[in-house]
Design a protein around this ligand. Structure first.
Ligand SMILES: *Cc1c(COP(=O)(O)O)cnc(C)c1O
Length: 267
């Protein structure tokens, strides 16, 4: 195919057929799902750096889910602003392979420090941008004393515009119970808020797991070069914002509630 031949409607038809074929891979569980990953690679028979004239489009399926019968598995994040995932003018807003290869070594360093994911910080004010390959959300009481759900904005190309992020923002806004804000929190703000017990929940959001609770941040202070442990009481939260968002997405996926335009029956 030529990359210009891409037809979104045709792709959805093909994916629907694929899901029918692979339907036995859908987990027999009310908390699992079949992840679909459309992939596009250039296949020109050349080593030159050029836009491709040939490409292969294929879709990978695989069972997914991170909510276990025993409950949530919260993660610890390594936050070290020496490592950078994306920058203005770069391609951080796209699911391109080049964004992920450099993250593998850093994930290994994180694992050696007992962390399951990397909390990607950006710039000298250490803005929180993403968690591993998930968008980040925080539910807190802001400095004005308002309860607020906050997630970084899409305005400067640092953030992957995840469909889960978009969905959670829409669901949270529809509840009309608290403020929903797209803005970067900084490490300094978070540290102060944790000290003042204003951070209520923090979680990653992505298609495969829907949400992923954060229990701890291992923060490397660039001035002292020492690691500081910051505890986030996500699973102790009485507000259950993450849980409510997860339940809503799950209920939409399982047809228990209707959210017009979000579902398509394929088999
Ligand atoms: C895939 C991905 C997400 C989540 O996107 P979804 O469309 O919700 O699955 C967020 N951040 C990064 C860096 C990603 O690669």
């Amino acid at each position: 195919m030529s990359p210009n031949d891409f037809d979104a409607k045709e792709l959805i038809k093909i994916i629907s057929k694929l899901v029918k074929i692979d339907k036995e891979w859908v987990p027999y569980s009310s908390t699992g799902s079949l992840y679909l990953r459309p992939t596009l690679i250039g296949t020109d028979p050349t080593l030159g750096v050029n836009d491709p004239h040939y490409a292969k489009l294929f879709v990978i399926t695989g069972p997914a889910g991170t909510y276990f019968p025993t409950g949530w598995k919260p993660v610890t994040l390594l936050a070290d602003s020496e490592y950078i995932r994306a920058f203005p003018g770069g391609v951080g807003a796209f699911k391109m392979g080049c964004n992920y290869a450099p993250s593998i070594l850093i994930a290994k360093i994180a694992a050696s420090l007992g962390c399951q994911q990397v909390l990607w910080l950006y710039d000298s004010d250490e803005k929180l941008t993403e968690v591993g390959t998930m968008n980040i959300f925080m539910y807190w009481k802001n400095e004005q004393g308002e309860e607020e759900l906050i997630t970084p904005p899409l305005s400067d190309g640092l953030i992957l515009p995840g469909i889960t992020r978009k969905s959670l923002i829409e669901i949270a806004k529809s509840w009309n119970k608290f403020k929903v804000t797209e803005r970067y929190p900084t490490m300094e703000e978070i540290k102060r808020a944790i000290e003042e017990k204003r951070v209520i929940e923090m979680f990653g959001a992505g298609t495969a797991c829907v949400v992923c609770p954060v229990a701890k941040i291992l923060y490397k202070n660039q001035k002292t070069q020492l690691h500081e442990e910051l505890l986030i009481p996500t699973l102790e939260s009485k507000h259950k914002i993450m849980q409510g968002l997860y339940d809503t997405i799950n209920d939409i996926q399982y047809g228990k509630i209707e959210w017009p335009g979000w579902t398509r029956i394929v088999a």
